[in-house]
Structure formats: C-alpha cells, structure tokens
Design a protein around this ligand. Structure first.
Ligand code: HEM
Length: 234
C-alpha cells in the first residue's frame, strides 16, 4: 500500500496516470467525432443515433461517470506533476532544450484548461440546453429529440457565428493538446522502441489534425448551409 502511494506520488507514477487516463479520453473524442459526423447523413440518421444512446441509460450513465472519473484523474495528476516539476526547479535553467521542455508542459496546461472550459460550455449548450432552453422541446416526425435541428440552429445566424468561432478556437487548442499528448503517450508508459517510438511520435499530429478537421467540419458546414436547417418537426 505504502509502495503504491509512493509510486503515485512520484513523477513516473503521475506521468503514467496522465497517460492511462488520457488514452481512453482520446478514444472518447474519436468516437464522439465519428458519431457526430453522421449528421452529414441527415436528420433521420443523427436523431436515430442519439436516440440509440439515450435508450441505453445504464450504458450512457456508466460512460458519463467513467468520463468524469477519467477527467478528474487526468487533470489532477497533470496539475500535481506540473507543481512537482516547478517546485523541483526553483531557478530557471538556461539550457535551451530544458527551456523548450518546460514551455511544452506549460502549454499543455494552458491548452488543457481551454479544453476544460470548452467542455463545460459545450455540455451546457448541447446536453443541458442552458443557452437555448426551447431546444428541449424539439422533436422530429418520429417523436425523437431533434438533435439535428438543435445542432444546425446552434451554428446558424449571428449567434451561430459566435459559437462557431468559439468551436474553432477551442478545437484548435484541443488539437495542440492531443498532438503532444498522443505523441508522448507511449513514452510516458515507459515504452521505448527504436523503430516504433519515433513512428508513434509522428502519429500524434496526424491524429490531432484528423480530429480537428472532423470536428470543425460540422459547425462550419452548418454555418454555410451545407448541412441545411430541417423543414418539419415541432
Ligand atoms: C465540434 C464538434 C462537436 C459537435 C458537433 C458535438 C456535438 C454534441 C452533441 C449534439 C451533444 C449532445 C448529445 C445528446 O445529448 O444527444 C454532445 C455532448 C457532449 N460532447 Fe460534444 N460535440 C463536438 C465536440 C466535442 C468535443 C471536442 C468534446 C470533448 C473534448 C465533446 C464532449 C462532449 C461531452 C462530454 C458531451 C456530453 C455527453 C453526455 O453525457 O450527454 N464534444 N456533443
């Protein structure tokens, strides 16, 4: 028990917690993006998908609780690691490489903070309908919650421009965060291979760009009318 406590209070242990909680969060972001991209297949498809998720409350709540635990552990361990690194280095180094490394970690906290702020606004926006309470009453011809209309209306008009701008800024920040996070994932877990480690390092930016492009395609397509407002419903 004492050994475990010491491990999780060490820099290596905290790095492992950050990596082990970051990996499933990365999978969530990819899964969420793939689910959301179904909006390009029409109102019926995305509303059916959303209904499918809401019809499985045990799975939905299990996933929500799992996500909260992962987020809290990820943020807690990353913040503690950063504080430990800062207190172990009261005087700034002058060596260029070390300065670069400390800049990268500071930048991870900043981009991570932006992503956290975005998540709060995003859940208030599309899950709790705090900014447009009328969307709770949106239903399609089949009586399903009209997620399609909620999303397209959310990204249309003057208010839509403001939301799309926020989504662009925050998703680019998410991209930077994931790029560095995915690249260093295996190294944090102690996996070091002469061939695969450099390949995995290169995969990080590729994964991040794919996620940013996939995510931003939706608000931008709504804004310019490629994904049109629905005709019917209530
Ligand atoms: C930019 C494109 C995105 C779109 C169009 C989008 C769309 C949505 C929609 C429609 C919902 C509500 C689903 C429902 O209640 O049926 C939702 C929920 C959510 N989204 Fe996103 N999302 C996007 C990006 C993101 C990103 C980048 C993250 C995380 C970093 C994220 C995290 C979440 C979370 C945590 C929920 C709450 C899930 C729940 O418990 O109901 N989303 N999103």
């Amino acid at each position: 028990m004492e050994r475990l406590k010491r491990f999780f209070n060490s820099s290596i242990g905290l790095k492992m917690v950050v990596a082990l909680t970051g990996a499933p969060l990365l999978f969530f972001v990819i899964g969420h993006m793939l689910g959301n991209l179904q909006i390009f297949m029409g109102q019926d498809q995305i509303n059916n998908y959303a209904k499918g998720l809401h019809d499985l409350p045990a799975l939905l709540w299990g996933a929500r609780i799992g996500l909260i635990v992962l987020f809290v552990s990820h943020i807690g361990a990353a913040t503690r690691l950063n504080m430990m690194n800062a207190s172990a280095r009261p005087v700034q180094y002058h060596h260029e490489k070390t300065v670069q490394a400390s800049l990268a970690s500071r930048y991870m906290l900043l981009t991570g903070g932006v992503v956290l702020g975005f998540m709060v606004l995003h859940v208030l926006h599309f899950t709790l309908h705090a900014f447009d309470p009328q969307v709770t009453g949106y239903h399609d011809y089949a009586g399903r919650h009209d997620v399609y209309r909620m999303v397209v209306e959310g990204f249309t008009g003057f208010k839509g421009v403001l939301w799309v701008t926020l989504y662009v800024v925050c998703n680019v920040m998410l991209g930077f965060h994931l790029s560095h996070g995915a690249s260093s994932l295996f190294q944090s877990l102690g996996v070091n291979h002469p061939t695969y480690t450099p390949m995995l390092k290169m995969a990080g930016p590729g994964i991040a760009i794919t996620i940013v492009v996939g995510n931003l395609a939706i608000p931008l397509a709504c804004l310019v009318g490629i994904i049109p407002l629905p005709g019917g419903g209530s």
